[in-house]
Design a binder for this molecule. Structure first.
Ligand SMILES: Nc1ncnc2c1ncn2[C@@H]1O[C@H](COP(=O)(O)OP(=O)(O)O)[C@@H](O)[C@H]1O
Ligand SMILES: [Mg+2]
Length: 268
């Protein structure tokens, strides 16, 4: 059996083992973040709407085994490439808008949360075009913007999407000129704090595209690694090249080919 087949097989086994969890029943041995830090005890739990999740192809309930395998494989590869180095802060970006960054970031985070040893914090860092709150069905949710601009306490902004070991910081209301605030010392300090807080926690940042504003490039110097999403058959080759060139010297952990059109036979 090849390495990839092995990994897919392992991921498939893991999926069966965690089926219960995906249905919202959390096995008792799974520690909740609230057990590790009293700050999380206040975390608001949001209830997810099944049809909403399915519509957006979110993995909490997705029942397409191929898609689940792909995200689990991505998760396995991420863990392999980061764990030994102590890297735990990863941004998801792409060249342009609408290429599947947010879907990839959410599904990767869910996959990480299902790993026995890991917990995950998912942060919507795309302040210009926030989307995580929408995909999770909690429109109007406050988040990162409210922490950065209005000093609202983080503990009151974090939400739990009903999955053990996963916490989400939404973006809050859209912010058109976000470059300055994302590049501020306050943001850098927050990322540093998030990285150091729990050794077993991954922090996934859903970032803006690289070619439409400087935000993502600035942010790339705060994190340990970058996952670059390409929309299969749509992202122009020269845009991919330009974006990758911008990331010169950064730790590109992997490239995700996202096949967005549902009519395609292969998900990726
Ligand atoms: N693999 C996929 N399968 C089906 N639809 C997808 C997939 N990836 C993205 N989409 C859809 O494409 C649109 C853009 O995806 P999104 O993740 O929000 O992009 P980005 O964050 O890069 O702007 C959304 O409507 C999303 O539901
Ligand atoms: Mg997005």
């Amino acid at each position: 059996m090849s390495k990839i087949e092995n990994a897919v097989e392992m991921a498939r086994n893991k999926r069966h083992a965690t089926q219960q969890e995906s249905q919202g029943q959390v096995p008792p041995e799974m520690p909740r973040l609230a057990d590790q830090d009293p700050a999380y005890a206040q975390t608001k739990v949001i209830s997810l709407d099944k049809s909403h999740l399915e519509k957006h192809r979110l993995m909490m309930l997705i029942d397409d085994p191929k898609a689940v395998d792909c995200y689990n494989l991505l998760c396995t590869q991420l863990l392999q490439k980061t764990r030994d180095k102590g890297h735990n802060s990863i941004m998801v970006t792409s060249a342009l808008k609408g290429e599947g960054k947010t879907i990839t970031a959410i599904n990767l985070a869910v996959s990480i949360a299902r790993e026995v040893k890991q917990t995950v914090l998912l942060v919507d860092t795309d302040l210009r075009n926030p989307a995580i709150h929408h995909y999770l069905g909690c429109d109007g949710q406050k988040g990162l913007r409210d922490y950065l601009l209005a000093d609202e306490p983080l503990a009151e902004l974090l939400i739990n999407p009903g999955l053990a070991k996963m916490v989400v910081l939404a973006a809050g209301k859209r912010l058109s000129g976000s470059t300055e605030i994302l590049g501020s010392p306050k943001m850098e300090k927050l990322v540093e704090e998030m990285k150091r807080r729990y050794p077993e926690r991954y922090v996934i940042f859903d970032c803006p595209p690289l070619l439409t504003a400087p935000d993502a490039l600035i942010f790339s110097s705060y994190v340990d690694g970058v996952i670059f999403v390409v929309e299969a058959g749509r992202t122009p080759r020269d845009e991919i090249t330009k974006a990758i060139e911008l990331l010169d010297g950064k730790n590109i952990i992997g490239l995700v080919m996202n096949g967005v059109r549902e009519t395609r036979r292969a998900y990726y």
